[in-house]
Design a protein around this ligand. Structure first.
Ligand SMILES: NC(=O)c1ccc[n+]([C@@H]2O[C@H](COP(=O)([O-])OP(=O)(O)OC[C@H]3O[C@@H](n4cnc5c(N)ncnc54)[C@H](OP(=O)(O)O)[C@@H]3O)[C@@H](O)[C@H]2O)c1
Length: 364
């Protein structure tokens, strides 16, 4: 059922979705940058940037830079592929990777096509599914981790087309802004705590940056699996860590001593969610056979014999996280919910590196 948007737009969307695909013309990239006009026109149509397509409100940036490069714009909606899902976004979660992408820090890892719509986290309603999609239908309330191989169509927008396996049912017990904060941070925490570290009863786990977006979920997942959890944060976040069931520790020079006092035999697992000194001091804090995982510094953690986690889509894990929220076993702490137009301010706050929990942008 297609509801909540006008028929003419729906008709145009359906019409454009399944016409035969034309392949991107060779040389189109340089053409798009100001070269051959015919090729440039083909490129525009092939990438869905033509002026006859439905438009939507989005935050975009046209070149790498500080938060000031973010601007509101009317852009063409993304195209719906045969096995993808068009989601009408209600809220977009904000993550550190968003400002790192905006700065160009991932430009050697992913292809970027400007203008870029940032954002990898969403909560919204399925509007249309490609013909090969099973298990999802228009009207479903979903959350999603929407990272694609090319950085172009993100979630700071009214719509995004994502692979079906990016999505899972949204939790029903929290608002959509809170739901939007769950996918990336939740999947990361899951893939560190349950995946890389295989935390279980009897473990003593040290979580570096336990009050952050990923950290506060990692703490709860480790506690839910029966582990004792030590977690670092500044004093202002110690009471919060205690509420989550962790034993708070200050980070900084005194940390190794504090860990040895709290766990004289060493910890059995370390989750590094901050990098730098936190990762460097970690190996000697581990008991014999202890496990180490990092989400920040691949080469260093691999040198230490640990695991590097780069969060990946997993609809079963995301559904489990969503169910945990609804059963009250997982709390998503919101630092703030801002309007879409506040994206630059949200990035500034995240770049400070000292938030508690998550920030989301309200889209609808
Ligand atoms: N590889 C991946 O797939 C992946 C996935 C997700 C995130 N990440 C990365 O992981 C990092 C954390 O992400 P996030 O979303 O949790 O970020 P975040 O919410 O911005 O983390 C902020 C938290 O970090 C704490 N913190 C700052 N400096 C610290 C230090 N020296 N020692 C311990 N804690 C410190 C702060 O605590 P106080 O406010 O109390 O100081 C704050 O609570 C980011 O670098 C992000 O890019 C990687």
């Amino acid at each position: 059922m297609i509801a909540a948007f006008d028929v003419p737009v729906a008709a145009r969307r359906a019409e454009r979705s399944w016409r035969p695909a034309t392949s991107r013309p060779s040389g189109s990239r340089s053409a798009a940058a100001g070269g051959n006009a015919t090729a440039a026109a083909s490129y525009e149509v092939t990438t869905g940037r033509g002026t006859n397509l439905p438009r939507m409100r989005a935050i975009v940036f046209d070149h790498f830079g500080g938060p000031e490069v973010l601007r509101e714009a009317e852009v063409a909606e993304p195209l719906l592929g045969p096995d993808s899902v068009m989601v009408r976004i209600e809220a977009a979660g904000v993550n550190p990777v968003d400002w790192k992408i905006r700065q160009g820090y991932l430009s050697t890892r992913f292809e970027h096509i400007f203008p870029v719509v940032p954002g990898w986290d969403l909560a919204g309603v399925v509007e249309q599914v490609g013909p090969a999609v099973v298990g999802l239908a228009a009207g479903d309330r979903v959350v999603g981790y929407a990272r694609m191989d090319v950085v172009e169509h993100g979630t700071y927008a009214e719509r995004v087309a994502v692979p079906a396996d990016a999505l899972a049912p949204a939790p029903t017990s929290v608002d959509m802004a809170t739901a939007a904060a769950l996918p990336l941070a939740g999947l990361t925490a899951y893939q560190v705590v349950v995946g890389a570290l295989a935390v279980a009863e009897g473990d003593v786990v040290l979580v570096h940056a336990g009050a952050g977006g990923v950290g506060h979920i990692a703490v709860q997942l480790a506690r839910a699996r029966g582990a004792r959890v030590l977690a670092t944060a500044s004093r202002a976040n110690h009471a919060f860590l205690e509420q989550l069931g962790a034993e708070p520790l200050d980070y900084g020079e005194e940390l190794p001593e504090a860990v040895k006092l709290a766990a004289p035999d060493g910890v059995t697992a370390v989750a590094d969610l901050v990098g730098g000194d936190a990762l460097m001091v970690s190996p000697p804090l581990l008991r014999q056979g202890g496990r180490l995982a990092s989400v920040t510094d691949a080469s260093t953690v691999l040198t230490f014999g640990g695991r590097y986690v780069f969060v990946r889509r997993d609809p079963a894990q995301l559904a489990e996280l969503s169910a945990m929220v609804d059963s009250g076993r997982l709390h998503v702490e919101m630092a703030d919910v801002m309007d879409l137009s506040g994206a630059a301010e949200a990035h500034r706050r995240l770049e400070s590196g000292h938030g508690r929990g998550k920030i989301s942008l309200r889209v609808a």
